[in-house]
Design a protein around this ligand. Sequence first.
Ligand code: GDP
Ligand code: MN
Length: 348
Amino acid sequence: GGLGDGKAEVPKVYVEESDPSNEKDKVNAAFVTLARNGDLYELVESIREIEDRFNRKFHYDWVFLNDDVFDDNFKKVTSALVSGKTHYGKINKDQWGFPEWIDTDKAAKVRKEMHDKKIIYGDSISYRHMCRYESGFFFRHPLMMKYDYYWRVEPGIKIFCDINYDIFRYFHDNSLVYGFTISLPEYKETIPTLWDTTKNFMKENPQYVAENNLMDLISEDSGATYNGCHFWSNFEVGDLRFWRSEAYMKYFEYLDHAGGFFYERWGDAPVHSIAASLFLPREKVHFFNDVGYYHVPFFNCPIDENLRLTHHCSCNPDKDFTFRGYSCVNRYFSVKGLEKPKGWENYS
Ligand code: GDP
Ligand code: MN
């Protein structure tokens, strides 16, 4: 079939092997979105994208989390769009606030300084609670506990290509743990002491550092310094059991007590990325080259024309960020010894 005739293009093998009406083919997985009521109408665009490109074939559940109570309109509109079950959770106050060991005057002073230096979200309290929540708590919210795999979705994102296979089952069948679409260096001003804190943690807990990890992705001097490379966490597909593991839980507690979520502005993206790069064997991390993804301001658009046409991708490959100079995916390909797609130089 041509464009618009999506059905004829669905590879038969996936339809038969992952019959959406066949519950036994599904793995324990859910979408998860942290949002405010006010995010609703940007979020419905994201849900529609995910449903059209993927979930209308598989009907996975969707968990919505909020530090406030979701209103009836939010629930009505989102539940009408999601083809799986929807769940709405309120976040516990002790997971969205200053822990008792944080000096709130010191934190306020930092926010003022970061505001003056015009550091993005540098003056925001709620952004810090959000980053801390996504770093240490979303995977253990009571509504998440029955799931093994998740796909994080934010408001205002796009999915450009048909996904004709069950991504969650693919993760399960291949024992993958963490998947990403875009990777780039973090603003150093937001994480001045994150790496030193991480090094101290590793020194005290060497047993958590995986053999054959991805240290060479995030450090160019065998771990002396962090190059800032992080997987962009507004898109994540992953195994929740990794975040619930002793290694990660200990790491999060260590970071949380060091205070950098409030005395600096540590993002959940570098925190997740450093953990995935150090505590996992490198083959557990997966780059999605076939999804096609956008979150302002970066695009992942497959540069392989055949892939783009057969998967009905609706994006311009000239905008693809994957192989640009600033993208850490270049380094990911080289440290993993992967072959870049033909013609990648034309998009670098
Ligand atoms: P950015 O992508 O780094 O610019 O940050 P966003 O503004 O997109 O926030 C990241 C995610 O957290 C999105 O899913 C937001 O909807 C959500 N979020 C951000 N701040 C808050 C908040 O104060 N409360 C709630 N409930 N969700 C938030
Ligand atoms: Mn966002």
